[in-house]
Design a protein around this ligand. Structure first.
Ligand SMILES: Cc1cc2nc3c(=O)[nH]c(=O)nc-3n(C[C@H](O)[C@H](O)[C@H](O)COP(=O)(O)OP(=O)(O)OC[C@H]3O[C@@H](n4cnc5c(N)ncnc54)[C@H](O)[C@@H]3O)c2cc1C
Length: 380
């Protein structure tokens, strides 16, 4: 059985690795000529680390990243609304959250995958057809044939466009700028992830290596137009000038061209992720806004579930995909919806004070149990 995976991002590579681990071969087709994740960091939470451990790459990833033993929401002067014990960011077996440069994560997965799996670069999927039980994939430069196709081609998935042409994105009305700064945080923040809230704007950061700090900032979409007329770095430094000076220092230490801007969108809930022989995974199936830092973690969880189901030889592909959707749906729906609400509330003049009160008064035991639900992976 030949399984084709469209997309060599975090989900596609994790899935190829998971299949490899249980003895199923696959082929990855990636549109980029060279793997080049954007210059930003990513926070991998304990659920993702659990899967990465099973895949045999966790230690390598932890070594290249920074353990976060505290993630806090603070005011603009970095005073937390609630002090969190480290238990909140780790699971019952002690996996913490790890912050790492995206390119390092992708490269680690790629190095491991490419030991035994073919990863074809410069292969842009355009469409597929099914004939005589085989899937013929068309690329911009050629074609190939597989038995099963997994679409891991991200939020703007072309595989999804082929399966479900009416699927659409939801625009949150928020814009995010991200960057990586050569900088050393004061030692108090060395193992902290922080997100500081001002009026309608947010600024977050954490170390991702000994001398690199990943930062992100979120604001309403009207800032896109204003920011486009001046130097991005100057615009953002000005926007966050009332925040703790770390914010403007991080921005000023980042080259303007290396500041990545994106509108924050998610995917409108798809009634189904698959047909008989083709299934969507990761952002292609359930892209979320990043407010809970779970998008990539969910793609990594998908890798675990889909590979284990594909290993069950008594199931047809369509039964496998049906079961996959059944096992994954509740959790991803919860994440997509909660993250969406979080973004709305954090940028609303009524919602933000309400959230601060909720954070203050919610007992830590409740937060702990909410986070543990998020970190749990049923089959483990
Ligand atoms: C601002 C921001 C911050 C975030 N922070 C976090 C975080 O801290 N933690 C977290 O867990 N998640 C985070 N996320 C979410 C995370 O980035 C995504 O969920 C994750 O990257 C999805 O991985 P993916 O492999 O499914 O899709 P992608 O990363 O989009 O990868 C898709 C791959 O498919 C390739 N591709 C696309 N089209 C084609 C085609 N036609 N043919 C062949 N190849 C194709 C692309 O080149 C790409 O390599 C964040 C997202 C944003 C926007």
């Amino acid at each position: 059985m030949k399984i084709g995976i469209i997309g060599g991002g975090i989900t596609g590579l994790s899935t190829a690795l998971a299949l490899q681990k249980i003895g199923i071969s696959s082929v990855v087709y990636e549109q980029a000529k060279a793997l080049n994740e954007i210059g930003a960091g990513v926070w991998l939470q304990p659920n993702a680390l659990k899967v990465l451990d099973w895949l045999g790459v966790k230690d390598d990833i932890v070594k290249q990243g920074i353990d976060l033993n505290r993630i806090e929401i603070t005011n603009a002067q970095l005073k937390p609304y609630k002090h969190m014990e480290s238990k909140v960011v780790q699971n019952e077996i002690g996996n913490k959250t790890v912050a790492i440069h995206r390119a390092r994560l992708q490269n680690t997965l790629y190095q491991e995958v490419s030991k035994t799996t073919q990863v074809h670069l410069d292969k842009t999927y355009t469409s597929h057809t099914i004939k005589d039980n085989k899937i013929n994939i068309q690329f911009l430069n050629g074609e190939d044939q597989v038995d099963i196709l997994l679409g891991a081609d991200g939020i703007n998935s072309a595989v999804r466009q082929n399966l479900f042409p009416h699927a659409g994105l939801r625009n949150s009305g928020l814009v995010c700028w991200r960057g990586v700064s050569n900088y050393q945080l004061p030692s108090t923040y060395k193992n902290h992830g922080l997100e500081a809230w001002g009026k309608n704007i947010r600024f977050g950061f954490s170390s991702i290596s000994r001398d690199e700090v990943y930062w992100f900032s979120v604001a309403k979409k009207d800032h896109v137009q204003k920011a486009s007329t001046v130097d991005k770095r100057e615009y953002l430094s000005q926007l966050f000038s009332n925040f703790d000076p770390i914010a403007s220092e991080l921005i000023s230490n980042t080259n303007s061209n290396a500041i990545h801007q994106a509108m924050l969108c998610d995917l409108k809930r798809l009634p189904s992720w698959h047909n008989e022989k083709v299934c969507l995974i990761g952002d292609a199936a359930h892209a979320t806004t990043p407010n809970m830092g779970q998008g990539a973690c969910q793609g990594i969880e998908d890798a675990y579930y889909i590979s284990n189901l594909l290993a069950q030889s008594n199931l047809s592909p369509s039964e496998t995909f049906h079961q996959f959707q059944k096992e994954r749906r509740k959790k991803v729906d919860y994440i997509v919806n909660t993250s969406w609400q979080f973004g709305k509330m954090a940028h609303s003049s009524i919602g933000q004070p309400l959230m601060k009160l909720m954070m203050k008064w919610t007992p830590e035991s409740v937060l702990n149990s909410q986070m543990n639900k998020l970190y749990a992976i049923e089959k483990f």
